[in-house]
Every structure is written in structure tokens, then in C-alpha cells.
Design a protein around this ligand. Structure first.
Ligand SMILES: *Cc1c(COP(=O)(O)O)cnc(C)c1O
Length: 461
């Protein structure tokens, strides 16, 4: 009894432990850590009471335990956290679509944490144009007359139709009445804008004569929608943007194209076919073009509208624009991202989406060998396999890019392996394929290789 009492006395006080160097210097806030300190000390007391421990660890060891546990609790409480994407899906909608270039991310931090020229003209010392920098880059890259940036492409389409067609009807091919990523349904968007949908053609075939026959005095626009995540194969027929704009001009009706992913460079060379280019759409006469900023473009969530000045100016004055406009961080990121596009090799090096798409077989093989070697050095049990990556984000359905992956072995079941990697301090998200857990090296950043190697070795060794 006497000895036991002595041991209880050796448990440090909460206040004293809170002042321990490890605890006062750790990244968890004081108000978050104090509960963990109490819990760890209560555990020690309970351990003594039931005889599970017979000595009290030194303060350093107790403090380390507190810091580790508090770090874990804080991570688990966070709603949004960084993860490592081993799925091979480049634009994974659940994992935040595009990752930004380092330069764009740096710009976002700088602009967000100070004041900036959001609507201020330095030269004149007066109120200035919001997103003027972006407009210049978009003009150079696509030849557009005017542009506007809004919250996302769904907002872009809503603003375009509300501004251009709310008192009449919009003609759309039946084959393009799609639903895209989490509830963007073309018919619903159209009715939300107060327009009447005028469907033409059939699911698989629509001809120019179908459009022509549907035009009447209430027609305000013809809308062409990229079917993105959906493909009709077999006997199909659709009308090109060029034919539509010729018809539009004849009847003085504007033609709008929602191109979806919004490639600014020709992504065919990466194996992505059927992705409309913004520049091409405008060249083919589209009056207004819209696309997402965080798909193939590789920026932050936003929607970009390009086209004729008279329409864009009217959109800027529409009340919905005030509700859909983007913040200073998005403007900073998009400007920094677009800036790189003037030099394609720079864009392929710095913009993660483009660098992942443009990786050669050789580059992918070197990556997988490097990661495999690092894992084996750490004692992990893995093998290199061939796999397929996909673009994701609604770009090019069914198209797969040859890639390489690490396949995990070890004694655990594939579900257990998956869970263990998912529960790492920085979660590693893999893919289960033929009853194996695989990590596609295309979507894992090289800076994360050391971390992945240690974690994989831990769970597979
Ligand atoms: C992805 C997509 C949208 C929705 O874009 P968000 O930026 O996610 O709002 C709309 N239309 C098409 C054709 C798309 O591919």
C-alpha cells in the first residue's frame, strides 16, 4: 500500500505536464491538448489501480505519448485532410479533382493571408477590374473576345442561360441531356433558368435538320453539351459545333457550347480523344463557351465563360453573377495556373494534371521501380504490376492510360491492407484490383514516395 501510494504521487500534475517542452511546442492547440493530458494521466492512474503497470514512465515519455495521441485525435477530427492518391484516377472527384501547381498554391497563400488588388488598379489608384489578369491570359490562349470566371461550370451554364435565354426556349439534342458529376442535370438546369427546353433528335441520332425544324420565334439559343462521362456507341450521329453555328448565324440565334473538362492544350497527344478545345469551339463560331477550371485545366474549382463581349457584359450585370463570382484565392490560383500555359513544356512540368497525363512509359517505369526499391529497403513485401490509370472528372469515359503500380502482398487480407493504408496519419488511398491492393504510381507525388514506402513496408512486411 505504501509503495503504491508513492507511485501515485509520481504521476505528474496536469499543469506541470502542460509546460513540458514537447507539449508546449507541438502543433496541437493548448485547448485541444489539455483533455488528452488528462486522459493519459487518468490511464496511468487506472493502470496502477488494476496492477497493469508497476512504474511511472518519465515525464518525457508521458509527454511524447500525449503529443502522439493528441496529434492522432486532431487528424481524425479534421473534416478535410490531405491524402495520397494511389487510385490512378487523375481527376478524382471524391479526392478534390485537380491538385494545384506549387506556384499557384504559393500565390493562393500569399493573396489569402494579406490584402490584395482584388478590385483595385495600382496605376490609377482607383477601383479596378476583378480578374483582369485572367482575362488577358484567356484571350492570349483561346483568342476569346471576353471572359468571365464563376464558382463552377454548373454556375457558368446557369448564368449563361439565365442571362441569354430566360424568356424563351433553348434547343438541345436528346443525346446531350446528360447528368454529370453529382447532380448537374441539363434539363433541370435549363428549367431552373426559366427557359423552356426544346429537345431535338433521339438519344443516339440528331441531325442538323432536327435543330432547324425546332427553331421558332421563341428560340433564344442552341446549346451543345459535351457528354463527358457518358458515351453512346454503335449507330450514332450528332451535329458538329461548326454546323450548329452556321445554322445559328442564319437565324440570328446564339450558339452556346458547354465543353465540360476544358482542355486548353490538345490532350489527344496524351491519348485523350474527343475532348473539345476551348479555342477550337470559338474558332468554329460558338458565341459562348463554358468549362470547369479544376478538370483538365488543372486549376481550382471554378467555371470559365468565354465568348462575345455583348453576351459576357450582360452576364456581368446579371444578379446571379454577384452570387456566383469567385473569391480572391481562386482568382490568384487561376491566374498563376494560366500564366504557365504559354509554354507547354513548363505546363507539363508544373501543373500536376498535365504532368500526370504526359508521363511516358519510361518515366512511369522508373517511378514504380524507385518506389518498389524504397519499399523493399524498408522491409516491405510488394511487386510491380502493369495497370491502367484514367483521367476521371468526366473526361473521356472508358479511356484508360497504361501505367504501373505497386501490388501489396503480406499476410493480411486485401480489405485489411486497404483499411490500414487509409488509416495512416496521411491516408493513402489505393484501389482493389483482382483481389489485390494496388497503388498506381502515376497519381502519387514523388515527394510522397518516402512516406508511402515506410507506410507500405509497415503494413505489408
Ligand atoms: C463537369 C461538367 C459540368 C459541371 O462542372 P462543375 O465545374 O463540376 O460544376 C458541366 N458540364 C459538363 C459537360 C461537365 O463535364
Amino acid at each position: 500500500m505504501h509503495i503504491e501510494n508513492n507511485l501515485y504521487k509520481r504521476i505528474p500534475q496536469v499543469d506541470k505536464l502542460m509546460q513540458h517542452e514537447l507539449i508546449s511546442n507541438c502543433e496541437v492547440y493548448r485547448h485541444e491538448i489539455v483533455e488528452t493530458v488528462r486522459d493519459v494521466l487518468a490511464d496511468l492512474r487506472e493502470g496502477l489501480r488494476i496492477g497493469k503497470i508497476d512504474k511511472i514512465p518519465c515525464d518525457d515519455d508521458i509527454a511524447k505519448k500525449v503529443v502522439d495521441l493528441a496529434g492522432k485525435r486532431t487528424r481524425e477530427q479534421k473534416g478535410i485532410r490531405r491524402v495520397i492518391n494511389g487510385t490512378g484516377v487523375i481527376l478524382h472527384s471524391n479526392l478534390g479533382r485537380a491538385s494545384l501547381s506549387k506556384a499557384a498554391a504559393k500565390e493562393a497563400v500569399e493573396i489569402a493571408s494579406s490584402y490584395c488588388t482584388l478590385e483595385y488598379d495600382i496605376e490609377k489608384g482607383k477601383r479596378g477590374n476583378r480578374a483582369g489578369g485572367i482575362e488577358k491570359y484567356l484571350q492570349n490562349l483561346t483568342g476569346c473576345e471576353s471572359s468571365l470566371i464563376v464558382n463552377n461550370n454548373a454556375a457558368a451554364v446557369l448564368l449563361i442561360l439565365s442571362s441569354m435565354a430566360s424568356d424563351g426556349n433553348v434547343i438541345v439534342s436528346r443525346g446531350e441531356l446528360v447528368e454529370i458529376g453529382g447532380g448537374f442535370r441539363v434539363p433541370d438546369i435549363i428549367s431552373q433558368c426559366g427557359c423552356k427546353l426544346r429537345e431535338v433528335g433521339t438519344t443516339n441520332k440528331t441531325r442538323i435538320a432536327d435543330y432547324e425544324a425546332a427553331i421558332d420565334k421563341d428560340t433564344r439559343a442552341i446549346l451543345k453539351v459535351h457528354t463527358s462521362n457518358f458515351k453512346v456507341v454503335g449507330f450514332t450521329e450528332s451535329v458538329s459545333i461548326k454546323e450548329l453555328t452556321t445554322l445559328g448565324k442564319l437565324h440570328n440565334i446564339p450558339v452556346i457550347e458547354d465543353i465540360g473538362s476544358g482542355a486548353l492544350v490538345d490532350v489527344q497527344k496524351y491519348g485523350l480523344h474527343d475532348e473539345p478545345l476551348a479555342k477550337e469551339s470559338l474558332k468554329n463560331g460558338a458565341d459562348i463557351v463554358s468549362f470547369s477550371g479544376d478538370k483538365l485545366l488543372g486549376g481550382l474549382q471554378c467555371g470559365i465563360i468565354l465568348g462575345q463581349k455583348k453576351y459576357v457584359e450582360a452576364m456581368k450585370k446579371h444578379p446571379l453573377y454577384r452570387a456566383f463570382r469567385v473569391d480572391k484565392m481562386t482568382i490568384a490560383v487561376m491566374e498563376a495556373t494560366l500564366r504557365v500555359y504559354a509554354d507547354l513544356s513548363l505546363a507539363e512540368r508544373d501543373i500536376p494534371v498535365l504532368s500526370m497525363l504526359s508521363m511516358t512509359d519510361e518515366a512511369l517505369r522508373l517511378r514504380v521501380e524507385k518506389l518498389c526499391e524504397e519499399i523493399q529497403k524498408n522491409g516491405g513485401d510488394v511487386e510491380v504490376i502493369k495497370t491502367k490509370s484514367v483521367a476521371g472528372g468526366g473526361a473521356v469515359p472508358g479511356l484508360e492510360l497504361d501505367s504501373y503500380a505497386i501490388a501489396l502482398k503480406g499476410a493480411l487480407s486485401v480489405e485489411k491492407l486497404e483499411k490500414k493504408l487509409r488509416e495512416q496519419p496521411v491516408p493513402i488511398i489505393g484501389r482493389i484490383e483482382s483481389d489485390r491492393l494496388v497503388l498506381d504510381v502515376r497519381t502519387i507525388f514523388e515527394d510522397d514516395f518516402d512516406y508511402v514506402a515506410k507506410a507500405v513496408a509497415d503494413v505489408s512486411g
